[in-house]
Design a protein around this ligand. Structure first.
Ligand code: KG4
Ligand code: ZN
Length: 361
């Protein structure tokens, strides 16, 4: 069964084509990151209009990359929430039009469930005996959400932990802004931190500002809960940036500016990665999970992926980075399992900007 998945919940116009929920035929993403970078964050009005421009060429590319035509497609899937209302509408209306014109079933998918199902696109490479099996401990960490979800079967989710303030991706984006790095912030912070791996470790020996910048930032452990909080470390980073003269942005760079930014980026990343990894592993143990699943833009982070793979006693399904950030293939993958359960939408499908995880357990 070939499903075409459409994703427009934020600033990526994306279309993917997936066979039987697992086999990736194509995955085309038109990113608007450049458009929003000048504003330091996603501007909803600009996002909606850009989706309209990018939708048709993205759709055509997804079909041609898959070597398919629309008459080969068996169902149309689309993200209908959570996300930006105006952005979601453009995907939902495209999906409805295709469904109506081609007389194909329509499946409305929750964006967060889509992030979880990106893992099934990687599981296609596993032998059935290697698949972890339920329950799965899932971390969905994106620009708008940081959720720990216990998945006890297909379509059966229990939210057991969430952020009480900023989402992890939002924290990365705000931290990058403080450090004068670009948007989106996560990849920029990762790059700045990685620069230290190749730098001469002794280049700034004796420089007190560099020593100060390289000290660990706090971790918000929030004992006895699987919830997260990232606003404290964000404030700690701002204060540290002020203390070492990086904020407000200095008029002219000094010899060690880049080094200071890299140290702050690394310590910020380490703080988030530590807490995200530890809470996911604690949750897995608490609920007797048989495996881990990572999803959402933040799980593209190389340090986080490395930590999970090295610390976890359980098998972990970690999508390749391009399947962690927003894409249409994950929507098509999730839709396959919904279709199997007979959960189809009709022409009344609406967008829901704050759609929660469905709970069918
Ligand atoms: O899932 P996603 O593509 O869109 C939403 O659903 O929000 O996630 C985007 C978020 C952004 O905040 C971005 O900074 C973050 O994911 N992100 C990363 C990395 N790549 C993207 N955060 C940390 N490290 C990365 N490599
Ligand atoms: Zn997302």
């Amino acid at each position: 069964m070939l499903i075409l998945g459409i994703e427009t919940s934020c600033d990526e116009t994306a279309v993917g084509i997936v066979e039987d929920g697992r086999i990736l035929h194509s995955n085309v993403i038109a990113s608007q990151a450049g458009l929003h970078a000048a504003h330091g964050g996603v501007v909803p009005e600009l996002a909606s209009r850009q989706h309209i421009r990018d939708m048709e060429p993205t759709l055509r590319r997804a079909l041609s990359d898959a070597g398919a035509t629309l008459d080969r497609v068996d169902a149309i899937a689309v993200t209908h929430g959570p996300g930006l209302a105006g952005a979601l509408i453009s995907g939902v209306n495209t999906a409805k039009s295709l469904s109506l014109a081609l007389n194909l079933p329509l499946v409305g998918v929750n964006h967060l469930e889509g992030h979880i199902y990106a893992a099934w696109l990687e599981a296609a490479a596993l032998a059935p005996s290697e698949e972890p099996g339920f329950p799965l401990a899932c971390l969905v960490a994106s620009g708008g959400h940081t959720d720990l979800v216990l998945m006890e079967g297909h379509g059966d989710y229990r939210l057991v932990g969430r952020t009480r303030d900023d989402a992890a991706g939002e924290a990365f984006d705000k931290a990058a802004r403080v450090l004068g790095l670009g948007f989106p912030g996560g990849p920029e912070i990762q790059k700045a931190a990685q620069a230290l791996d190749d730098a001469d470790p002794h280049a700034h020996d004796g420089d007190e500002t560099v020593t100060q910048a390289a000290a660990p930032l706090p971790r918000a452990w929030m004992r006895n809960t699987l919830d997260f909080s990232f606003s404290g470390v964000k404030t700690a980073l701002l204060h540290r940036a002020q203390d070492v003269g990086l904020y407000p942005p200095p008029e002219s760079e000094t010899a060690n500016t880049e080094r200071l930014v890299s140290h702050l980026a690394r310590e910020f990343q380490e703080s988030l990665v530590d807490v995200l990894a530890a809470k996911l592993l604690a949750m897995a143990e608490q609920y007797g999970a048989r495996g881990l699943v990572l999803g959402g833009g933040v799980t593209a982070n190389a340090r986080l992926r490395h930590r999970i793979l090295s610390d976890s006693p359980l098998p972990a399904l970690i999508p390749r980075p391009v399947l962690c950030t927003d894409n249409g293939a994950m929507i098509a993958a999730a839709a396959y399992y919904q279709y199997q359960r007979g959960e189809m939408a009709d022409m009344s499908l609406d967008v829901d900007p704050s759609l929660p995880f469905s709970h069918r357990g």
